[in-house]
Design a protein around this ligand. Structure first.
Ligand SMILES: [Zn+2]
Length: 297
């Protein structure tokens, strides 16, 4: 069933025998940048063709308090640039944020630009445990040779890359798994988390999980009523997760979602209930154990 509302989340998590949630896909940004992101969602009717009222439009300390009240024990605050010359500055900001907030795992991002390999290397040496790549917002080709050194360093380090490379919710010039599959073919050991399960290419995402032992799916916006209205899951989704229960990790896009955190957890709980092979062990794996393993917790 899952939690009826955010007030029920912490109790539901405890009833699964977990000491908390580990969320690999959350966003924190410098205040002025976040204001711009929210302004973009305010114009969602123009930008996305639908309404997108940000549910957790709160000051930073209140957003942190919400995560803690939900029982989110550790989370990866993800940042991403939309132009050159930004990634290194964002990496500095998010590292300071993670130092200040101990439940935030240190993360970094990248962009195809001279120096990408060297600042990713520096981030790894600084102890970063997760990297975000956003192909649609960045409008870059993940096969760009300027990223090759960075992908290689990340593969060697075994640090996961949460990559938004699917066509959904918005198509970009270089989105799509056809494109990203070429990066994987070149760096087959890259620990990859396909954000949003690469919506709407769910089938292809499952095929990549089958092909590459280090490819994972995150649950971000997957299967919630909002998304089902325009990029629905295949009807046999729960059955298809049965063989890869340890390759799915909790992600939510908190705070920039047009529904509550509990809504995402209910979607995941519905998959667990729909197939006897999933059940509570699946929930414990997705909500805690697998993301904790990927983040080295
Ligand atoms: Zn996101």
């Amino acid at each position: 069933m899952g939690p009826a509302s955010d007030d029920d989340v912490a109790g539901w998590v405890a009833s699964l025998g977990l000491d908390g949630l580990v969320d690999i896909h959350v966003h924190f940004l410098p205040e002025r940048m976040l204001a711009k992101v929210w302004a973009y969602f305010d114009n969602a009717t123009t930008n996305y063709g639908m309404d997108w009222p940000v549910f957790y439009r709160l000051p930073e300390h209140e957003r942190l308090a919400v995560l803690r009240s939900l029982g989110v024990r550790r989370f990866a605050p993800l940042v991403y640039p939309h132009k050159p010359g930004m990634a290194e500055w964002l990496n500095q900001w998010v590292l300071e944020f993670a130092t200040r907030e101990p439940d935030a795992v240190p993360t970094a991002t990248l962009y195809p630009e001279p120096g990408a390999a060297s600042y990713v290397d520096a981030a790894l040496r600084a102890g970063v445990r997760c990297v975000k790549a956003h192909v649609q917002v960045g409008a870059y080709d993940p096969r760009d040779p300027l990223l090759d050194g960075a992908w290689g360093a990340l593969a060697d380090a075994g640090v996961p890359v949460v990559i938004h490379c699917g066509h959904g919710p918005l198509r970009g010039e270089h989105t799509g798994l056809d494109v990203f599959a070429e990066v994987l073919a070149r760096h087959p050991r890259l620990v990859t988390v396909l954000a949003h399960a690469a919506m709407p290419e769910y089938d292809r995402a499952l095929a990549l999980v089958a092909e590459y032992p280090r490819v994972y799916l995150d649950t971000t916006m997957v299967g919630v009523p909002f998304t089902e209205s325009f990029m629905p899951l295949p009807g046999d989704w729960p059955a298809r997760l049965a063989g890869i229960a340890d390759r799915v990790v909790l992600g939510t896009d908190f705070p920039n979602i047009p529904y509550s955190y509990a809504t995402q957890l209910r979607a995941i709980a519905q998959w667990a209930e729909a197939d006897d092979r999933l059940g509570e062990p699946f929930l414990r794996a997705v909500l805690h154990d697998t993301p904790a393993k990927l983040l080295g917790l």
